[in-house]
Design a binder for this molecule. Structure first.
Ligand code: NAD
Ligand code: IPM
Ligand code: MN
Length: 359
């Protein structure tokens, strides 16, 4: 039996609701399939811990994480702590420093989950967004001078490196190559941003030469938002910078039906560090504690995590069970349903049983 040590970091807001519902499904799944075993260790990292100790995570947090095979993360952010404090002390303190440089955000239309776009049918949206996850606009560099003065100034640097661009580009071309359409769209803003974005275009063209079987096209990010809305079927794999893909992945999720369905994998493709799986959405203060958070995004993360760990069959079964659940109309209010988080998770677990023929 293959065994995995999984760190769970539910953190803030609806994070614990969706992560715990997902862990329940994974636990029943391992009992049904009996092909793998997962040992979950919950880490209390998040805003409550910060309020008690002054730290979102311990100083040796990254070393603690390195003892696990993977991590399942909820969301961080609280109404009474500035977002740049909470995020830079937890999530962004992990992604960059752990070199989880490839962020994969798949969005595809699920059965019975209508897109808000007119005329879009199931299967029309099937995208994988690949986000550079370690540098660029999120390098955290910049500063402020003359605070409070009328001439106060602030800088927010974007640092792009050839190494950083090339590795995410190769990763994205590999993703595109693994998919039936073999189509990659490279997103930049190299008309207005004349340094880093031009380097992105140059590196993309260089890497493209090693992938003659992949059709590659280039888009400016503003025009890309239009194309996602008016011609979603023309897109497949998409690669872009940290900030551009942050924004585009929320748009993609909404076009796919809800922010509550979108999964995100923070991967270290070298596998030196454990990868971290988290929903695209945040802590959603407005629905916290109501029991109605959509667990689909986190369940989808669990499927991506199983896949990354090599449990391909289990990964597929979990995603199929999520699809079955949606097709039966068992869904949370963001998808127009009446079910609770726990009811959706319970239905997914029972579909896993059905799909595997377990008693
Ligand atoms: P959000 O994603 O938390 O919420 C936006 C809207 O989507 C809300 O109306 C919310 O109710 C809804 N929503 C989100 N997830 C849902 C789900 N699973 N089911 C049903 N509805 C869902 O974005 P926000 O309001 O901009 O951010 C709230 C906080 O979360 C902020 O502190 C922000 O910094 C943080 N944040 C954290 C992460 C993360 O930890 N990965 C991601 C995004 C935002
Ligand atoms: C996401 C989130 C984060 C990001 C925030 C909370 C720092 O929006 O994972 O999409 O911008 O990467
Ligand atoms: Mn985001």
């Amino acid at each position: 039996m293959r065994k995995y040590k999984i760190a769970s970091i539910p953190a803030d807001g609806i994070g614990p609701e969706v992560v715990n519902a997902t862990i329940d499904v994974l636990k029943s799944m391992q009992q049904i399939l009996k092909t793998f075993e997962m040992e979950f260790t919950e880490l209390d990292w998040g805003t409550e811990r910060y309020k008690k100790t002054g730290e979102y995570m311990p100083k040796d947090g990254l070393d603690i994480l390195r003892k696990f095979d993977a991590g399942l993360f909820g969301a961080v952010g609280a109404p009474d702590v500035p977002d740049h404090i909470s995020l830079w002390n937890l999530l962004l303190a992990i992604r960059g420093p752990m070199q989880l440089y490839a962020n994969v955000r798949p969005v595809k239309s699920l059965p019975n989950v209508p897109s808000p776009l007119r005329g879009v049918k199931e299967g029309d949206i099937d995208w994988v967004l690949v986000r550079e996850n370690s540098e660029g606009e999120y390098c955290g560099q910049g500063g402020r001078t003359h605070r409070g003065q009328p001439w106060e100034a602030a800088t927010e640097l974007s640092i792009f490196t050839r190494v950083g661009i090339e590795r995410i580009m190769r990763f994205a071309f590999d993703v595109a190559r693994s998919r039936p359409r073999k189509l990659l769209t490279v997103v930049t803003k190299s008309n207005a941003m004349r340094n880093g974005m031009v380097l992105w275009d140059e590196v993309a063209a260089e890497v493209a030469r090693d992938y003659p079987d992949v059709t590659c096209d280039k888009m400016l990010v503003d025009a890309m938002t239009v194309r996602m809305v008016v011609n979603p079927k023309s897109l497949d794999t998409i690669v872009g910078t940290n900030l551009h893909m942050d924004i585009m992945s929320d748009l993609a999720a909404a076009l796919g039906g809800s922010i509550g369905i979108a999964a995100s994998s923070n991967l270290d493709p070298t596998r030196k560090n454990p990868s971290l799986f988290e929903p695209v959405h945040g802590s959603a203060f407005d629905i916290t504690g109501k029991g109605i958070a959509n667990p689909v995004a986190t369940l989808w993360c669990a499927s991506e995590m199983l896949n990354w760990l090599g449990e391909k069959e289990a990964a597929q079964t979990l995603l199929r069970a999520v699809e079955e659940t949606c097709s039966k109309g068992i869904c949370t209010p963001d998808l127009g349903g009446k079910s609770s988080t726990k009811q959706v998770a319970g239905a997914v677990a029972s579909h896993i049983k059905d799909l595997t023929g377990a008693a």
